[in-house]
Design a protein around this ligand. Structure first.
Ligand code: CDP
Length: 232
């Protein structure tokens, strides 16, 4: 990339279960871009914290865990299959989606030192091939110069239904009310924290996905990306 050139990044932010992961994966495949899933990075830190029984206000130890995740994190994209997340040789794809990690991840993500390490790791994903990057602070902080920023949202009830279906389809034994509690708790912490709270970048395109299919959302974002490329 030449100096002064904008990175080929599509930044997708939004609250829990707004469809970011599914849309980002499908969009990255369609455009031939890399995928950067920042949520899995924070979830990996939370997984280590839960396993090592670290107190969620022990900022120094959480920072150390974030450093180790920064060194060991790897996202693999097997063709035609879902992404897999590794810490070193260990496949943590399922473990980072467990309810215990879901409860710990937002408290862990408020820690400034944790965010600093994760943002460095996220910025390493920039590639000339292009990157679809998703999370909470991608358009506002991590890639604030992204040429396309999208904020995905959906009605709370719809987001809870989607996450409940996703987890029960995977065979997890959970109740809808526990999903509701976790979604609301994460939305509240993520939007009110001091460092990089979830917010809509002023230059983001806002898409309400409540009544849209994944295909429709991907189609809309691709159209905007392609028209901006033509207008450059
Ligand atoms: O899939 P879902 O939207 O529910 O969550 P995720 O993308 O896996 O992110 C899990 C949690 O990580 C969020 O609730 C945030 O607390 C944190 N996170 C963050 O703070 N900053 C990001 N860029 C991405 C995730």
């Amino acid at each position: 990339m030449n100096a002064g050139e904008k990175p080929r990044v599509i930044a997708i932010d939004g609250p829990a279960a707004s469809g970011k992961s599914t849309v980002a994966l499908s969009l990255s495949r369609r455009l031939g871009f890399r995928l950067m899933d920042s949520g899995s990075m924070y979830r990996a830190v939370a997984l280590l914290a839960v396993e090592k029984e670290v107190q969620l206000d022990d900022e120094n130890t959480l920072f150390e865990l974030a450093r180790s995740v920064r060194a060991d994190f790897r996202l693999e994209l097997p063709p035609g299959a879902s992404p897999r997340v590794f810490l070193g040789d260990r496949d943590v794809t399922e473990a980072i989606r467990s309810p215990g990690v879901g409860e710990a991840v937002s408290p862990v993500s408020v820690v400034g030192g944790v965010r600093k390490e994760m943002v460095s790791l996220q910025r390493e994903s920039v590639s000339e091939d292009g990157v679809v990057a998703e999370g909470r602070d991608i358009g506002t902080v991590v890639f604030s110069d992204a040429p396309l920023k999208v904020y995905l949202d959906a009605a709370l009830e719809e987001r809870i239904d989607r996450r409940y279906k996703e987890l029960t389809d995977k065979g997890m034994n959970i109740t809808r009310s526990s999903v509701e509690k976790e979604t609301e708790m994460r939305d509240t912490i993520d939007s009110s924290r001091e460092h990089s709270p979830l917010s809509i970048a002023p230059d983001a395109v806002l898409i309400d996905t409540t009544d849209m299919s994944v295909v429709e959302v991907v189609e809309e974002i691709s159209k905007i990306w392609n028209s901006r490329q033509r207008d450059r």
